[in-house]
Design a binder for this molecule. Structure first.
Ligand code: DUC
Ligand code: ZN
Ligand code: ZN
Length: 468
């Protein structure tokens, strides 16, 4: 099957030009101007942008959310993600209970995602229970195609917390295997104290979620993580950065030449903490995520950090946690609300709307932070995240003239809310190809459940290459 996409404006992270893309089978065969090559199907992209399919390197599908034994929404809900223009996710593979890293990864590929995933997926290992065996397991990541591991410096009192000694050992063995270490950087001990103090004082509404997670707790952990990673010379990737003091720490470390990188999330760029003040518990609880939402000045600093290259990617940190069900556990005590919100289906539209259409970032920057850099960081580039001969034909055709409003019912995400409900949408993903197949037409899913494949990553992702 050959598909010719004609007359669009092709945008990559480094250039933009009017041209055509020829797709054959699963791969891009030609990119150029006036390609008059035979094709089974021609898609007219005049007046539209042709972009690499989005790569969301931070999602949590089908992951235990620490409330009973219930999972977050599963891979069958990634139909909404591909409708939103993301064709690959790098999903977290937390350890299943009493299970090692590698078995949890296998189970995710062979059971959790099988016959369900609508997007291609790579995986990050994720420590959720410290085991002696995990250091040897990291050494085996290259055979499995896993190029990264995430650890938590927060969540004291839960098995998620990784103490500094274990963190140090993980840094050491990750560097030997070419694995990039991702860190959830918040000072768990101070958070634990502040949260307990709120509850003791009867301060139990979601408003106290952000009161008890002040920016300095994030900045301190970022500084400590950077310092420890510097001792082992391991590239460090800081997940979901939110605020100015944390960005300052990243900037200083980069200035010394240390290999440190960071991402932020759609919601930290577009939504401020006042949503947590809503007296309606359900409305406020939707926005309980960690780190907490911040001020407008922090949002502005995050946009600036994307433009300067200080931050490398925008991710969704998608967690499919129903508000009518799982979030209710914290109705009388915000500390019990499971952290996280859905957003993988809206990341591309929200960043295009608030970033490109409103003049905060260029189109090339958009491609860089939503697709190309995430693919490079995770060792799946140039197969993913780029438009060139030989790349997977993961392509998005976006109509910049669309004007609308985001509604959950227009692209149901498998969760009972959308944190961007009612927000303005400028531009829309109309058509999506996943490895050469049209899976979204007229902004509707026309693909198949199970079309998504596991994409093994190469070790020594881009965080190993660059210094400073
Ligand atoms: N960290 C994440 O990365 N996602 C959800 C909650 C959390 O603490
Ligand atoms: Zn985290
Ligand atoms: Zn996350």
């Amino acid at each position: 099957m050959r598909i010719l996409i004609k007359g669009g404006t092709i945008v990559t992270a480094s250039e933009e030009f009017q041209g055509d893309v020829l797709v054959e089978g699963e791969t891009i065969r030609a990119v150029g101007q006036h390609l008059n090559l035979p094709a089974d199907q021609v898609i007219d992209a005049a007046g539209k942008y042709v972009l690499p399919g989005g790569v969301d390197q931070h999602t949590h599908f089908s992951a235990l959310c620490n409330v009973g034994d219930q999972d977050t929404a599963g891979y069958e809900t990634t139909d909404a993600v591909v409708v939103g223009g993301t064709t690959t996710v790098v999903d977290y593979a937390p350890q299943d209970p009493k299970t090692g890293l590698l078995d949890s990864i296998d189970y995710r590929i062979n059971v959790r995602a099988k016959d369900k995933a609508c997007v291609d997926f790579a995986l990050h290992g994720m420590v959720t229970e410290i085991m002696d065996s995990m250091f040897d397991e990291i050494a085996q990541f290259p055979e499995k195609g896993i190029s990264s591991i995430k650890i938590f410096m927060a969540y004291n009192g839960s098995p998620l917390l990784v103490d500094d000694g274990t963190f140090f050992r993980i840094l050491e063995c990750s560097r030997k295997a070419g694995v990039t270490v991702f860190v959830h950087a918040e000072n768990g001990e101070i958070l634990d104290f502040l949260r307990r103090q709120c509850v003791k004082n009867g301060q139990t509404t979601p408003h106290y979620h952000y009161v008890s997670r002040p920016p300095f707790t994030e900045a301190e952990a970022v500084r400590r993580a950077i310092y420890l990673a510097g001792q082992t010379d391991t590239p460090l990737y800081i997940a979901h950065m939110t605020c100015r003091p944390a960005l300052e720490a990243l900037l200083q470390a980069k200035g010394t030449g240390q290999r440190v990188y960071g991402e932020t999330c759609t919601h930290y760029l577009t939504t401020t903490k006042e949503v947590l003040d809503n007296p309606d518990f359900d409305e406020a609880a939707k926005f309980v995520c960690s780190p907490a939402l911040r001020d407008q000045e922090d949002c502005d600093a995050l946009w600036a950090a994307l433009n300067s290259g200080l931050l490398n990617a925008v991710v969704s940190d998608h967690c499919g946690i129903d508000v009518a069900n799982l979030k209710q556990v914290g109705r009388n005590d915000f500390t019990q609300i499971p952290n996280g919100a859905p957003g993988a289906a809206d990341r591309m539209h929200m960043i295009w709307t608030e970033g490109v259409a409103k003049g905060r970032i260029s189109r090339q920057k958009f491609v860089e932070i939503t697709a190309t850099q995430p693919a490079k960081i995770n060792g799946i580039y140039p197969r993913k995240g780029h438009i060139a001969v030989g790349c997977d034909a993961d392509l998005v055709i976006l109509d910049p003239d669309y004007r609308g409003v985001i509604h959950l019912e227009d692209n149901p995400n498998g969760v009972d809310y959308n944190i961007y409900e009612g927000r303005e949408q400028l531009g829309r993903v109309e058509t999506v190809l996943l490895r050469g197949r049209v899976v979204v037409r007229d902004a509707q899913f026309v693909g198949e459940y199970g079309q998504g494949q596991f994409i093994p990553a190469k070790m020594y992702g881009s965080c190993y290459e660059n210094r400073g």
